[in-house]
Design a protein. Structure first.
Length: 258
């Protein structure tokens, strides 16, 4: 059943957010004459005293000093909520193709440094979590987050599509969310930002019940333009497409019965 897209009360959102100091432009969904459009709203940037979440699936190291070779104080599990003590805005480090710096954070009565490329202001979903519920929960703190669903196809080959818009421009952040919501195998690591314009990565750990499990990356000038994960079963195909849409990241999942 096709869900109706909820119209955001933009005036209320803008009034609420513009009262919060430093701002950066964001966008939200608005329905106008039955067409979905993107409109700009304002949202405060991460500041000292705010909280961020660990998005690295295997956990993130808390280090004594602001470099990756410093002594390790702890490993903070996926989903851990950390208080920000200082912010490193200079993305001078590159970890597995993800750029960032070392924020000073507080964790379990310890203070140390963590690579902020794996930190997010969006709380990360648990693996297999329902996408609609995740977005509803996320809206409590990020009202410009959106989810909608459509059905289509034919009687013999029905299809279902879910679309999620996240208030971030970070490819890794969107990929990490998509990996949890739509069961992209953990063996399919986030692809390198630079590389061939068109690349296909096969899942070398593909289970026998899948006839296809692969990641396709489209780049332009060594910048990712699109990521598509596809898998096929005997009677069902699905794909997850990640693109950037203005100042939002768009995740689109489609399933087709055959």
């Amino acid at each position: 059943m096709k869900n109706t897209i909820q119209i955001l009360s933009l005036c209320a959102i803008v009034t609420q957010l513009t009262a919060c100091g430093t701002e950066t432009k964001k966008t939200a969904l608005q329905e106008n004459n039955n067409e979905v459009q993107l409109v700009e709203i304002s949202k405060p940037e991460t500041a000292i005293g705010d909280y961020l979440y660990v998005t690295a699936s295997s956990g993130l190291s808390l280090r004594k000093h602001d470099n990756l070779n410093s002594d390790k104080l702890a490993v903070m599990p996926y989903g851990t909520k950390l208080k920000v003590l200082t912010i490193e805005a200079n993305e001078k480090m590159n970890v597995a193709g993800i750029r960032g710096g070392m924020n000073k954070v507080a964790y379990n009565n310890k203070e140390g440094y963590a690579f902020n490329g794996y930190l997010s202001e969006l709380f990360p979903p648990e693996k297999g979590m329902n996408a609609k519920q995740y977005i509803e929960d996320l809206k409590a703190t990020h009202s410009n987050t959106s989810y909608f669903e459509t059905t289509g196809g034919t009687a013999s080959n029905p299809s279902n599509t879910e679309t999620v818009l996240l208030p971030t421009t970070k490819w890794y952040e969107a990929y990490a969310v998509a990996q949890k919501l739509y069961d992209i195998p953990l063996s399919m690591a986030f692809p390198k930002v630079s590389g061939k314009d068109f690349q296909t990565i096969k899942n070398t750990k593909k289970p026998d019940h899948l006839s296809l499990s692969e990641l396709k990356i489209e780049r332009r000038d060594n910048m990712i333009q699109q990521i598509i994960y596809s898998q096929a079963l005997q009677r069902y195909d699905s794909s997850v497409t990640i693109t950037k849409q203005g100042t939002l990241m768009k995740i689109k999942w489609t399933g087709i019965a055959k």
